[in-house]
Design a protein around this ligand. Structure first.
Ligand SMILES: [Cu+2]
Length: 224
C-alpha cells in the first residue's frame, strides 16, 4: 500500500511525500471509520418484528466534537503544508550550485547549459535535447521557458511538476540525493507528439559529472 509511488530522490521530495502520506492516511482512516459504522448500523438497526423507531433530537456535545476535531486537524494540516509549499515552490534559491534552462517546445525539452562562463546567451552555451545532467547532492535551479504552447515539466522522482507558459520564465529547483536515470515527461497534452515528449534526468556522482562536463564541451568545440 505504501510503495506505489516511484522512489523519491530529492531533498524537497521528502517533504512532499510526508504531507502526501499524512493526507493519505487521514482520509483512509476517515473513510474506513465512516464505511464500517454505516454498514454496522445497517445491520444492527435493521427492521425487526416488534421493534419500534426511536425519536432522537440530536446530541449537541457529540455534534460539537465531530465538527471541531476534524476542523482543527484540517487547519493544522493546511497551515503546515502552506508553510512548506511557500518554501518549496515560491522561494527560489538565491545561491544554487547549478543553473540550467529548460525550453519546452513541440515536442522536446531543450536543455541549455551555461558553460564555463556560467552565463546564458553566450557562445559557450551547450544545448542538449531531452537530457538534463546534474551532480548529486547539489541544488539545481532550472529556469523554465516555453516556445509555443503550454507544456508541463514533470520529474516524478523529485516530486515536482510545473506548467511552462510561453512568455514567462518560471523557476524550478530541487536537490537530487541519489544517482541514476529518471524520467522527465511532459504532463500537459501539447499536440500530436505529446506522448513522445519525454526526457531523462541523469544524476551523476561528482566525479562522473566533472567527466561529463569535460567531454560535453570538448565535443562542442570539435563541432564548432
Ligand atoms: Cu509538451
Amino acid at each position: 500500500m505504501l510503495d506505489w509511488l516511484p522512489e523519491n530522490i530529492s531533498l524537497e521530495g521528502k517533504e512532499v511525500d510526508f504531507f502526501f502520506y499524512i493526507s493519505y492516511y487521514l482520509t483512509n482512516v476517515a473513510f474506513i471509520l465512516v464505511a464500517v459504522t454505516m454498514v454496522a448500523f445497517l445491520i444492527i438497526y435493521r427492521q425487526k418484528p416488534g421493534k419500534k423507531a426511536k425519536y432522537s433530537h440530536g446530541n449537541n456535545t457529540l455534534e460539537i466534537i465531530w465538527t471541531v476535531v476534524p476542523t482543527v486537524i484540517l487547519l493544522v494540516f493546511v497551515l503546515m503544508t502552506q508553510a512548506s509549499w511557500a518554501r518549496l515552490k515560491y522561494t527560489p534559491p538565491s545561491n544554487p550550485d547549478v543553473r540550467v534552462e529548460v525550453i519546452g517546445k513541440q515536442f522536446n525539452w531543450v536543455v541549455v547549459y551555461p558553460g564555463p562562463d556560467k552565463k546564458f546567451g553566450t557562445a559557450d552555451d551547450l544545448k542538449l535535447d531531452n537530457q538534463l545532467n546534474v551532480p548529486v547532492n547539489k541544488q539545481v535551479l532550472i529556469t523554465l521557458k516555453g516556445e509555443d504552447v503550454i507544456h508541463s515539466f514533470f520529474i516524478p522522482a523529485v516530486r515536482l511538476k510545473q506548467d511552462i507558459l510561453p512568455g514567462k520564465e518560471i523557476p524550478f529547483w530541487f536537490t537530487p540525493i541519489k544517482t541514476g536515470k529518471y524520467e522527465m515527461p511532459c504532463a500537459e497534452l501539447c499536440g500530436v507528439g505529446h506522448s513522445g515528449m519525454n526526457g531523462e534526468l541523469v544524476v551523476h556522482t561528482e566525479e562522473s559529472y566533472r567527466k561529463w562536463l569535460k567531454t560535453a564541451w570538448s565535443k562542442k568545440e570539435e563541432k564548432s
